[in-house]
Ligand binder design. Structure first.
Ligand code: IPM
Ligand code: MN
Length: 345
C-alpha cells in the first residue's frame, strides 16, 4: 500500500495556523489506502532563543528520512535579520540541493489583481535555488571605515545552470503553450549572463517545439505588469527569481495565494513546499491568515509525489472557494474547513 511520510515544520507566526489547514486538506484529499504519517519539527525563532540552534546536522539527518517537507514560515522580529534566513531556510535549500525553486502564478477567477481588467495570468517561474548571490560567497574589507568595501559574488556553474534550464524546458514542453523565457541581465552581467544565455541556447536545440525568448530582468518587470499573459514558463537565477516572483505574486492575487516548491528533482533529498508569504507576526494567532497559499503548496507537494488527481482536486477547491468568496471575512480555520469539505465531497 502507498504511504506519505511527511516532515512538518509549522515555524513562526501564522506558519502554525496555515500549516494546520494544509494538513487538514491533505488528510481530506488522500484516498483511504494512502497512509499519511507526519512528524512535526520545532524549528524557528522559539527554538533559536531556547537553544541557539537553527538547523543542526542531526536535524538534517532526521528530515532526510521523509518523502517531503511542508513548511509554514520561519522568521520573527526578535531574531536579527539573516540568522534564520541563512541558518535555517537557505541552509536547508542548499543541504537538500533544492535547485528548482518552483513558483506558479495563476490569476484565479474572482481574485483581485491591481492590474487593469482581468488578464489571463498563468505562468510558472523556475527559479534557480542553490547558486547566484545566495551562496554567501562575499566579504568585507576596511569594515566600519568610510572606505569599507563589500562584495557578494554571484556563483553560476555550468552544471547548476544547465540542470535548472533543462528542468524549465521540460516543464515548458509539457504545457500547452510550450513557451519559455530566460530572464537575466546579460547586457551588464556579461560573465554570468553569457553563461546562462549560451546554455539556454544549447539546450533549446533539443526542444524544437518550445518557443523561446530572452528578456532583461528590468524589462521583464514591465512586461509582468503590462503583458503578464505573454508568459508561460520563466527560468531565471536565484536573486532575479526572488524578486520577480514577489512581483508575480502581487499581480496574480497576492501572497495569500502564492505557493512554492523547493524541489530536488532527482529525489535524492526530500523536497520542501511552502507558501511564499512569511510569518506575518502582526496578524499571528488571530485567525486572519489566508491558508490558501499553504493549501496550494500541498497541491504542489502531492504533484511532486505523483498524486496528480489529488493535487488537481485541491487546486479546483481553492479556485472554487476563491470564486465564491463573499464579503464576510472568514477565519483561517473556516477557510481550511471549507477547502477540506470541497476536496472530500
Ligand atoms: C523567499 C524568501 C527567501 C529568499 C528569504 C527569506 C531567504 O524571500 O523564499 O523568496 O530570498 O529566497
Ligand atoms: Mn522572496
Amino acid at each position: 500500500s502507498r504511504s506519505i511520510n511527511l516532515a512538518v515544520i509549522p515555524g513562526d507566526g501564522i506558519g502554525q495556523e496555515v500549516v494546520a489547514q494544509g494538513l487538514k486538506v491533505l488528510s481530506a484529499v488522500l484516498p483511504q489506502d494512502v497512509k499519511l504519517e507526519t512528524k512535526e519539527f520545532d524549528f524557528g525563532a522559539k527554538r533559536y532563543h531556547a537553544t541557539g540552534e537553527t538547523l543542526t546536522d542531526a536535524d538534517l539527518d532526521a528530515l532526510k528520512k521523509h518523502d517531503a517537507i511542508l513548511l509554514g514560515a520561519i522568521g520573527d522580529p526578535s531574531v536579527p535579520s539573516g540568522v534564520l534566513e541563512r541558518g535555517f531556510l537557505l541552509k536547508l535549500r542548499f543541504a537538500f540541493d533544492h535547485h528548482v525553486n518552483l513558483r506558479p502564478s495563476k490569476l484565479l477567477p474572482g481574485v483581485a489583481t491591481p492590474l487593469a481588467g482581468q488578464p489571463e495570468i498563468d505562468f510558472v517561474v523556475v527559479r534557480e535555488g542553490t547558486e547566484g548571490p545566495y551562496t554567501g560567497n562575499g566579504g568585507t574589507i576596511r569594515k566600519g571605515t568610510p572606505h569599507e568595501v563589500a562584495t557578494e559574488v554571484s556563483v553560476n556553474t555550468a552544471f547548476g545552470v544547465e540542470r535548472v534550464v533543462r528542468d524549465a524546458f521540460a516543464r515548458a514542453q509539457a504545457r500547452p503553450r510550450k513557451k519559455l523565457a530566460l530572464i537575466h541581465k546579460n547586457n551588464v552581467l556579461t560573465f554570468a549572463g553569457h553563461l546562462w544565455t549560451n546554455i539556454f541556447n544549447k539546450v533549446a536545440a533539443e526542444f524544437p517545439e518550445v518557443t523561446t525568448e530572452y528578456m532583461h530582468v528590468d524589462a521583464a518587470t514591465i512586461y509582468l505588469v503590462t503583458q503578464p499573459e505573454r508568459f508561460d514558463v520563466i527560468v531565471t537565477d536565484n536573486l532575479f527569481g526572488d524578486i520577480i516572483t514577489d512581483l508575480a505574486a502581487a499581480v496574480s492575487g497576492g501572497i495569500g495565494v502564492a505557493a512554492s516548491g523547493n524541489i530536488n528533482p532527482s529525489g535524492e533529498f526530500p523536497s520542501m513546499f511552502e507558501p511564499v508569504h512569511g510569518s506575518a507576526p502582526d496578524i499571528a494567532g488571530q485567525g486572519k491568515a489566508d491558508p490558501s497559499a499553504t493549501v496550494l503548496s500541498v497541491a504542489l507537494l502531492l504533484r511532486h509525489l505523483g498524486y496528480d488527481s489529488e493535487a488537481a482536486r485541491i487546486e479546483d477547491a481553492v479556485s472554487a472557494d476563491l470564486a465564491e468568496r463573499g464579503a464576510t471575512p472568514r477565519t483561517t480555520d473556516e477557510i481550511g474547513d471549507a477547502l477540506a469539505a470541497r476536496v472530500s465531497g
